[in-house]
Design a protein around this ligand. Sequence first.
Ligand code: SF4
Ligand code: SF4
Length: 146
Amino acid sequence: MDCFYADGLKFSCVEGCTYCCGVEPGYVFLSQDDLDRLCAKTSLSAERFIERYCHKVNMGSFKLVSLLEQPNYDCIFLKDRRCSVYDARPIQCRTYPFWPAIMDSEESWKEEGGSCPGIGVGREYSQEEIDELLSLQRGREPLMLD
Ligand code: SF4
Ligand code: SF4
């Protein structure tokens, strides 16, 4: 079966929209790479960064590390409707909306378009670019703590 995005897909983040950085409660899970980049950006040790900007999400036998939210559910790094750590933002943010679960089918891509107004408009991403964004996410498991 042909890949539904063989001819590419359009996506551009819409200026002023902050939907996926806040609005509703959610998780931005960090991988070790994400944590390293954010620690370098904020000049903090991993321990201090987690203490200040993260919470640990209990998954039963282990915990995942997710960015804190502000009281209105905006990400802790969303300031004046912009990401204040943009060049060090986590892979989850970098690769949206080209996530495996969304790219699974044309239906899930279109369904995601109901939440993200940038889906289907603006810049054209080729199949190669999309596959590259998907491959960036492979092998970068979220950081697991005891
Ligand atoms: S929901 Fe889409 S348009 Fe809105 S901030 Fe996120 S990526 Fe950008
Ligand atoms: S790190 Fe930046 S891009 Fe990611 S959710 Fe927070 S504000 Fe948005």
